[in-house]
Unconditional design. Sequence first.
Length: 88
Amino acid sequence: MGPFVGTLLAASVAGGGGAPGPAAHRNGGVCHRPGLPFFLLALFPSYLKRLPEAGGWLGRVKVIIGFVVLAASLKYVSSVDQVLQWGS
């Protein structure tokens, strides 16, 4: 998450002026979204009992999420490549 948050912070500083720009608002979203499921489960603990037990399905979920993270990182590197023009 460091590269994403760093990019958003740099964009908010580069905007100039005293007021935080839209990048600061996106930064708040990036920081709060990962903790949202934990917050909601803390508010409604009865839903914890409804969650399925960990098993073989969890291994498949981890692999799928790993590929999603890999695709997001490749997209990020591609965007940086377009801006910095490493390929040309």
